[in-house]
Write a new protein. Structure first.
Lengths: 112, 115
């Protein structure tokens, strides 16, 4: 069974204070690892898909990296508008349905 | 930006009522999903569909039904709402033909409160 654990559960940063969110996973045959941003009361917004260890993707102040056991979402010089819950999900090859498994997310608050 | 829509956005109803949550997408995606999400918790899969006339049950499907008569439309029905159904319901879609794998795109969600 695929599993995803995100840490920390909550993170408070000052504006400009860089940090990283962690997503540890176990999966049978990784097809993809996904990062989403979710604002309160809204649906998750797609950020990145990573497919293989060593891959990196960037978008503005966000950079996602992937190893064989975990992924990091690095936030460089965050701004208050980066405050949101960040969700990680993995899609494995077992079972054939290819339904992603989600973690509980990390709630990020960036103070001005 | 993903073109996937959910209605209503908010719904407050009494116990025992039958309700249908609507979900539509204009991307032509074959796969569609329904998730339930409570605050601070992971998304739980309720139902999913591979395409027209295809529906599958997820982890929390026993009290709801879905249909897929058209590619773009995937409604979720609760036959008799209970307070335990109070939650956020999220619809998503993906293109299984995408390589190397399909990414899910989510709608804005329906916040359901059952009194």
């Amino acid at each position: 069974e695929d599993q995803v654990t995100q840490s920390p559960e909550a993170l408070r940063l000052q504006e400009g204070e860089s940090s990283s969110l962690n997503c540890s996973y176990t999966v049978s045959g990784l097809r993809g690892l996904f990062w989403y941003r979710q604002d309160p009361g809204k649906g998750p917004e797609f950020l990145f898909t990573l497919y293989s260890a060593g891959e990196e993707k960037e978008k503005e102040r966000l950079k996602a990296t992937l190893t064989k056991k975990e992924s990091f979402l690095h936030i460089t010089a965050p701004k208050p508008e980066d405050s949101a819950t960040y969700l990680c999900a993995v899609q494995g090859a077992s079972g054939g349905s290819y339904i992603p498994t989600f973690g509980r997310g990390t709630s990020l608050i960036v103070h001005p | 930006e993903a073109d996937i829509y959910q209605t209503p956005r908010y719904l407050v109803i009494g116990t025992g009522k039958k309700i249908t949550l609507e979900c539509s997408q204009t991307m032509g995606h074959d796969k569609m999903y329904w998730y339930q999400q409570d605050p601070g918790m992971e998304l739980h899969l309720i139902h999913y569909s591979y395409g027209v006339n295809s529906t599958e049950k997820g982890d929390l499907s026993s009290e709801s039904t879905v249909s897929r008569i058209r590619t773009e439309h995937f409604p979720l029905t609760l036959e008799s709402a209970r307070p335990s159904h109070t939650s956020q319901y999220l619809c998503a879609s993906s293109d299984p033909a995408a390589e190397p794998t399909d990414t899910q795109y989510f709608g804005p969600g329906t916040r359901l409160t059952v009194l």
